[in-house]
Design a protein around this ligand. Structure first.
Ligand code: AMP
Length: 256
């Protein structure tokens, strides 16, 4: 696996891979089985797999967990290498957002509500960095997790609206044995918080917003809502201690 940190190095590493198809998995690192499922799908469907590891400052609102976001690059490199990733692109913030940067992608309706309301500017940061990664890597397919259902919907819409020539693939949420959706942020949870957090998957498993709200009454709930994405989901965000967790279940259809 080649680890590259600049756009120039990325271009050089990709040049020999461009004859075949490239699968791109954008990530913020602290890999878990959810990330690995995306790497494996990309591995199955593409000739070469490129993973980006970038804790994107543009998608964190002021006061969010940017500075304490879990980082373990050494372990991430090992896991990506074992998963058969060809190129891992781990740029600095300056490489992606150099001085003078001033162009942003704003997906409108789909980026409102749910995470968009809770995290002002979040999807503008996500969409912009994803479009930059798509332009830099020029993959045939890019892989996202259903865990972030609104993100998948926003990216799919951007790709459609801006005629970005690639296929978006969305893979099912990977859960721990106890039902908790895997997330890099689960590392913040104490044992006690983690036990309390299990109310989230249990509530969503009812597939009923009213019953879900009832089961979440002891947690600090930001929203529990049916969202008409493709596919339709019941989505929720809660705070357990100082940790913010999101999850959703598909109500109709399958993630593609
Ligand atoms: P992140 O590093 O958290 O930005 O996530 C990178 C990609 O992995 C995103 O497309 C996420 O939706 C996806 N992902 C995160 N957690 C999971 C999970 N538990 N199951 C499947 N995909 C996930």
């Amino acid at each position: 696996m080649k680890v590259v940190r600049t756009i120039r190095e990325l271009d050089e590493a990709l040049a020999p891979l461009r004859e075949g198809s490239i699968g791109l998995v954008p990530t913020m690192g602290a890999f878990h089985e959810g990330h690995l499922s995306l790497f494996a799908a990309a591995r199955r469907e593409s000739d070469a797999v490129v993973v980006s590891l970038f804790v994107n400052p543009a998608q964190f609102a002021p006061g969010e967990d940017l500075s304490r976001y879990p980082r373990d690059e050494e372990r991430d490199l090992e896991l990506a290498d074992e998963a058969g990733v060809e190129v891992l692109f781990a740029p600095s913030a300056d490489e992606i957002f150099p001085a003078g940067f001033q162009t942003w992608v704003e997906v409108e309706r789909l980026a409102r509500g749910l995470e968009g309301d809770a995290r002002p500017g979040h999807f503008r940061g996500v969409a912009t960095v994803c479009l930059k990664l798509f332009n830099l890597v020029r993959p045939s397919r890019a892989y996202f997790g259903q865990k972030d259902a609104q993100q998948a919907a926003v990216i799919r819409q951007m790709v459609r609206d801006l005629n970005v020539p690639l296929e978006i693939r969305v893979l099912p949420t990977v859960r721990d044995e106890d039902g908790l959706a895997l997330s890099s942020r689960n590392a913040y949870l104490s044992a006690e918080d983690r036990e309390r957090a299990l109310a989230l998957p249990r509530a969503l498993a009812t597939r009923d917003p009213e019953r879900a709200r009832e089961l979440l009454r002891d947690l600090d709930v930001e929203y529990v809502e049916v969202a008409d994405f493709d596919p339709k989901v019941l989505a929720a965000a809660v705070r357990v201690g100082s940790t913010r967790l999101i999850d959703n279940v598909v109500l109709e259809g399958d993630p593609r």
